[in-house]
Write a new protein. Structure first.
Length: 484
């Protein structure tokens, strides 16, 4: 096909006064004369002026909302309101018809997000999801650029693995065995030695452990790939398949880890504001319209763009878990028993309601919590020295909490001391024999190191102002749903 001119370029005036070729999907067609065309290259569409007298009536009839159309014409300055440039058509070709009566996306009806999830294969064509997925692309590019510019190496960690990095056991099993008649051993258990990999395997819940191996030789690495959790969680914040960014850095401690994570988040927000202004302006207005439907007490104090700018202009509040517990214990929601999970004392596992209170009500800015109780954290986190005023053992962990999201980053300094790591694994019943490869990094040239995991969808959720995580991933996977 002859190369087309993308609408994003035409709207900058590139090709003004010359013949252009534009191809896209019809958003509207008024008076058999004014066609609004969008090709996905930008949030904005371009107006095509059709000469009724010189256009075949059969072609005019086929120009319907949703149809795929190609137009040859002259790019001119528009005399009408609402657009600077338009295309005066000299030839029109219909690539794909669209039955206007059957097409689920009609201009006269603004479909709800719930309805669009039911037709997720078509939702890319709406203004909202076009904007969301352009922002998602920009965020992915920004992440790679951030790490590349800082000398990190992109490491591809396995999707199929035999380890459970979190020790939680909420994994999807991978097998080629006939599960109706699986082979069994003498004890009656399924004999996975006859499986494809010769052992039980699952989809990864994290690339962290393998990334640590890379960091112990390459210094600074990061992963960016899909991870899977077989949690039966039907919430607006959880997915069964999602993407994670996981850097690991040798010769780094908890403070270095917090600095890196805060820098990354601010870099991504800045990149979005600089490169996705049209999409973010639309999403900000959409969110503002949505907020108007809520009771006054439930409305956000800031608009989307204000919130993003606020995160850039303020240092994240840093405090220990112990300090946070004291704040939560003394808070009005806790004293008036308005929290679903009341904070009674040190050792409580903080819930989303607690995290959001700290961020949205108490500090009113992003928060980094550190030094959590060891009992509620993973085996690989570095054990702290006992401190006065802290009731129990803690680890050098950190979580970053964002407004409207809760936890967006979780990380820690890793336990580099072989004896302490081995003892902790035994306490948590994690088989050290199977994890020999991980322990070898502590046997041979161990060093302090740290890393974290950033949930990509939660990042996109925050930047776009969307309220359901299923709306910021192209094909959401959650309990009871695996379409496409």
């Amino acid at each position: 096909m002859v190369k087309r001119n993308e609408i994003a370029s035409l709207l900058k005036g590139e090709g003004l006064g010359s013949e252009v070729i534009v191809r896209g999907w019809v958003r509207s067609f008024r008076n058999n004369q004014f066609m609004i065309l969008n090709d996905g290259s930008t949030f904005h569409s371009i107006q095509v002026v059709v000469d009724q007298e010189k256009t075949d009536a059969a072609i005019l009839k086929r120009i319907t909302v949703g149809a795929a159309v190609g137009v040859k014409g002259k790019l001119t300055e528009s005399l009408g309101k609402g657009q600077q440039f338009e295309v005066s058509a000299t030839a029109i070709e219909i690539y794909g018809d669209c039955d206007a009566e059957q097409y689920p996306l009609q201009l006269k009806n603004r479909p709800s997000l719930e309805y669009l999830r039911e037709i997720a294969h078509l939702r890319f064509r709406t203004n909202t999801f076009g904007a969301v997925f352009r922002v998602r692309h920009a965020m992915a590019f920004a992440i790679h650029r951030f790490f590349n510019d800082r000398g990190f190496y992109y490491l591809n960690t396995p999707i199929v693995t035999a380890s459970d990095a979190e020790g939680a056991g909420e994994m999807f099993r991978v097998t080629t065995l006939d599960m109706e008649k699986p082979p069994r051993n003498a004890q009656g258990d399924i004999n996975f030695s006859e499986d494809f990999f010769g052992r039980s395997a699952n989809l990864t819940v994290s690339g962290q452990l393998e990334a640590e191996l890379g960091a112990m030789a390459l210094g600074k690495v990061y992963t960016f790939g899909p991870t899977f959790r077989a949690e039966n969680s039907n919430t607006t914040r959880h997915l069964a398949e999602f993407w994670m960014i996981e850097p690991e850095v040798a010769f780094a401690d908890l403070e270095d880890n917090m600095d890196l994570a805060e820098d990354l988040l601010k870099y991504c927000i800045r990149y979005a504001l600089d490169h996705c202004s049209d999409d973010l302006n639309f999403l900000a207005q959409r969110l503002a319209d949505e907020e108007k439907q809520k009771p006054q007490a439930e409305r956000s104090e800031m608009g989307l763009l204000e919130k993003l700018q606020f995160c850039l202009e303020n240092n994240f509040e840093r405090l220990t878990y112990t300090e946070a517990i004291e704040i939560l214990k003394a808070s009005k929601p806790n004293q008036k028993k308005q929290f679903k999970y009341l904070i009674e004392g040190w050792g409580a596992d903080l819930q989303s309601e607690h995290e959001r209170y700290l961020v949205e009500k108490h500090f009113k800015k992003p928060v980094i919590l550190t030094n959590y109780p060891a009992a509620i954290k993973a085996f690989y986190m570095r054990q702290d020295e006992p401190k006065e005023g802290v009731p129990g053992p803690t680890v050098s962990a950190m979580d970053i909490l964002f407004p409207g999201i809760g936890e967006i980053v979780g990380g820690s300094q890793r336990e580099e001391r072989l004896d302490k790591l081995t003892r902790r694994m035994e306490e948590m019943h994690i088989p050290t024999e199977e994890m020999y490869w991980y322990l070898d990094t502590r046997r041979y040239g161990s060093c302090p190191h740290a890393g974290f995991g950033l949930g990509f969808e939660r990042m996109v959720l925050f930047v776009t102002g969307m309220t359901n995580i299923r709306d910021v991933i192209p094909f959401p996977r959650f309990p009871g749903n695996a379409e496409f």
